[in-house]
Design a protein around this ligand. Structure first.
Ligand code: DQQ
Length: 597
């Protein structure tokens, strides 16, 4: 064992493997939080030094200074402060010993870490304080509902409540658990080991309601509705809000969005349950796939049922993010009247790397979410507050044609931490490839078979980010256009647009998980334009296609493209020329306050 920079790092590979295995055994059996927890001795011995490089530590994405984090919990606004709680292991960089860490912010960019808010202290959370949500009650009191683990032998899951000790403290530093916990227990045949993550509650007709995620039988994901008049005594509604044969639903979220064109950017309070232009979004985090899926539909408060507009949506149609983004949660921001989405992005390195570097997990940049005018899907965009971190001297390119096989470097700024907005013009889509019908609904496979280096007709074109000087390392974020075809995203036989993140060449480090991620983009490329925004922050690339219709977050760990050596290029590996009508790139500053880092 050696001590690195004041913290303990395990250097002996045998010991390291034992530690990792023990930590795995101590963790929940239903989750594999690491891409490759079962490290071999050989891998442990070869944690590449680059993984420990401070130049890979994210700067403007939310994270604590050290240790493991996962799900965002109970985001809320209270008396002038934004609050974020999150699942945290105070003892190390792998999942375990879970408590609720707590940070507060005035602007959702600068964060101050406070004391642990909720930790095991009563019988019904003795073995873990898992995910949950906040609700502001009608008298203004915030209440937190969370899942407690109350048995040592199995993950027996119950729901607890906590209130602020002092409501006049805007920072809500201390939380108390009243007598009477747990206030919801798994009864009536519910699988007690798969029953967790209460949502924010909504109020109508004299009752509060909330959802709890569950698994019914071997494979049915379920969102149960519980109702209460006083927020303390809860009764389950006999039929669930909704269910689908997808496996366990973790961290459900149900919230209203407006389909009113004039106000479509506005968020709605969670208790707005009806109205002529009110739709609902139901999101589930699918434990089997570790992705967040949602549908747009109708919630009926009388029957307490939800019906998706597109029944096929239950079969994994839409995702918030087609990359590394899980266990998300939204909240309504009454200050700017918007709905904000938080999501967790795990590492894509190995557990041994995380132990060695001492931290694991970030939160994605909080995003504003609203309903697309089509009504078929959501739009997402990084919060406007982030723009305060943009450097004063952006670099821009205008009207630059990028020919077949050409790449254009964007120079004049450091791009290891940058915000890049680009709009592409596609003069004609006549040269687009035909879409193989067998892959027409499988964006992920399509992208892995036709990655950034495979020449196409129209595209692949996009950005190489975190590129090394000789391009041995680069992460490609790009579009590829196919001829008109029917697919899950094209209701009227439009050309099909695929958005991909291809990190297969992102790092010379051989021990990494480098999945290509992809989603279709519901846009009419025949009109000749498409935009891309990428937020680059050392080991994360978070991209927004077509104004936020399709989003992809990737974790990457270059060995060469670090710090001032990271480059940015526009590339075109299609046969048809494309034009960059405008590109603007800003260096991104670190927030003045990031949890003490
Ligand atoms: N993480 C929590 C659970 C939740 C899971 C435990 C999702 O409450 O279901 O840390 O990542």
């Amino acid at each position: 064992m050696v001590v690195l920079g004041g913290r303990v790092a395990w250097a002996c590979p045998v010991l390291l493997v034992v530690v990792v295995l023990l930590l795995q055994l101590a963790g929940a059996s239903h989750v594999v939080y690491e891409t490759d927890l079962l490290e071999t001795e050989a891998a442990a011995a070869t944690v590449p030094p680059s993984i420990l490089d401070a130049e890979l530590s994210t700067g403007y994405h939310f994270r604590p200074i050290k240790n493991w984090i996962n799900d965002p919990n109970a985001p809320m606004y209270y008396k002038g402060w934004y609050h974020l709680f999150y699942q945290y292991n105070p003892k190390g960089a792998v999942w375990g010993n879970i408590v609720w860490a707590h940070s507060v912010s005035r602007d959702l960019i600068n964060w101050v870490a406070l004391e642990t808010a909720i930790q095991p202290s009563i019988k019904s959370d003795k073995y873990g304080c898992w995910s949950g949500s906040a609700t502001i009650l009608r008298d203004g009191t915030p209440a937190i509902m969370y899942t407690g683990i109350d048995r040592a032998d199995i993950n027996y899951e119950v729901q607890n409540i906590a209130f602020p000790k002092n409501k006049s403290d805007p920072l809500l530093r201390e939380w108390v658990k009243p007598r009477g916990n747990p206030i919801i227990v798994p009864e009536g045949g519910i699988n007690a080991t798969q029953f967790r993550d209460p949502t924010t509650a909504w109020y109508a007709d004299g009752h509060w309601r909330l959802l709890i995620g569950a698994l019914s039988g071997a494979s049915r994901g379920v969102a149960y509705v519980y109702r209460s008049r006083d927020f303390m005594r809860w009764t389950r509604v006999r039929k669930p809000l909704h269910s689908a044969p997808t496996g366990m639903w973790e961290c459900p979220d149900l919230y209203p969005v407006t389909a009113d064109g004039r106000h479509r950017h506005k968020g709605l309070d969670t208790s707005v349950v009806s109205g002529p232009r009110v739709k609902h979004v139901l999101k589930n985090s699918l434990d089997l796939r570790r992705y967040d899926y949602y549908t747009v539909g109708t919630y009926d408060r009388k029957t307490e049922r939800y019906v998706p507009d597109n029944p096929a949506g239950d079969e994994h149609h839409l995702r918030y993010d087609y990359g590394n983004f899980y266990a998300s949660k939204t909240f309504y921001d009454p200050v700017k009247r918007r709905r904000i989405l938080w999501g967790w992005a795990n590492e894509s390195d190995a557990a041994v790397d995380d132990v060695a570097k001492g931290w694991a997990g970030i939160q994605a940049i909080p995003r504003k979410v609203w309903l697309d005018p089509s009504g078929r899907q959501l739009m997402q965009w990084p919060l406007e507050e982030l723009e305060a971190l943009r450097g004063k001297r952006p670099v821009s390119i205008k009207n630059r044609v990028v020919k077949r096989g050409e790449h254009v470097e964007v120079t004049g700024l450091r791009t290891s931490q940058a915000d890049v907005e680009v709009s592409f013009e596609v003069a004609s889509i006549d040269g687009a490839e035909a879409l193989d019908p067998a892959l027409a609904n499988d964006a992920q496979k399509l992208c892995s078979m036709r990655g950034a280096h495979v020449e196409g007709g129209v595209g692949p074109f996009g950005l190489w980010v975190l590129a090394s000087s000789k391009l041995e390392e680069k992460t490609a974020v790009f579009f590829r256009v196919f001829k008109a075809a029917r697919n899950i995203n094209s209701t009227n036989n439009k050309p099909v647009v695929l958005m991909c993140s291809d990190p297969t060449m992102s790092s010379l480090n051989p021990n990494l998980y480098k999945p290509t991620f992809a989603g279709f983009v519901d846009t009419d490329i025949a009109k000749g334009k498409i935009s891309l925004r990428s937020l680059i922050d050392r080991s994360v690339v978070e991209s927004f296609g077509a104004g936020g219709r399709t989003c992809i977050l990737s974790r990457v760990y270059p060995t060469l493209a670090l710090g001032k050596n990271a480059r940015l290029h526009v590339f075109n590996n299609g046969k048809v020329d494309i034009k960059v009508s405008e590109l603007t790139a800003w260096e991104m500053k670190k927030p003045a306050l990031m949890n003490g880092a």
